[in-house]
Write a protein that binds this ligand. Structure first.
Ligand SMILES: [Zn+2]
Length: 208
């Protein structure tokens, strides 16, 4: 016998205040009786919206790495640095821990996040029944990392402050920094748009 879900009992949860209420029969969505927020049984168009945000993040990942993230103007002239050239500069100048931190936070983590979300989407679209618990844990990890994603931006800020102290130069953010911020925000929105309940749908249909 398949496990009973809240939807089977005609119950739905408000995402704003958490109140469980009875869904009016036949209605797709309704309003929460306590706080008035729109209540849906599922996140609407989860797969389509997640793909749209994810693809936008992939596209912006290219300029975020190719365009300069910071411009350094000093007496000797202006220098433009991309994330990678910044990492190389730090590495060559002997700041290995900082070089590793910037590389990890600005290139590895965003790529791993994009790849994980893509994997979750593809597995859900293929009705995969493979390791739903592990995939749910992966999703929870993604949401957790999402909250700390702006760390990358802090790293760049600290980095520019360090350079500024050393060389009496003026630092300003380049267009790459905007693209980078957009990648972080779009990835966060994409993971918010993804409905992890989709992972478990195949489990209930197993005996069908
Ligand atoms: Zn509510």
């Amino acid at each position: 016998m398949p496990p009973l879900t809240a939807a089977d009992l005609g119950l739905q949860t408000c995402h704003v205040c958490g109140l469980v209420s009875r869904a009016p029969p036949g209605a797709h969505g309704s309003l929460c009786p306590r706080c008035g927020a729109a209540v849906h049984r599922r996140k609407r168009d989860s797969i389509g919206r997640t793909w749209a945000l994810l693809i936008a993040a992939y596209i912006l990942f290219v300029p975020s790495n190719l365009l300069p993230v910071m411009r350094t103007a000093s007496l000797t002239g202006t220098q433009q640095d991309t994330i990678m050239s910044g990492v190389v500069y730090l590495w060559v100048s002997g700041s290995w821990p900082l070089a590793a931190l910037v590389f990890f936070a600005s290139i590895v983590v965003p790529l791993v996040k994009l790849a994980s979300l893509t994997f979750l989407l593809v597995s859900v679209q293929r009705d995969s029944a493979w390791r739903p618990l592990e995939r749910t844990k992966l999703y929870r990890l993604l949401e957790f990392i999402g909250r700390w994603s702006m760390l990358d931006v802090y790293v760049i800020t600290i980095l520019s402050a360090l350079v500024q102290l050393r060389s009496l130069a003026t630092i300003s953010a380049g267009p790459g920094a905007i693209a980078f911020g957009a990648v972080v925000v779009l990835t966060m929105l994409a993971s918010k748009a993804f409905d992890p309940r989709l992972i478990w749908d195949t489990q209930n249909n197993d005996d069908a």
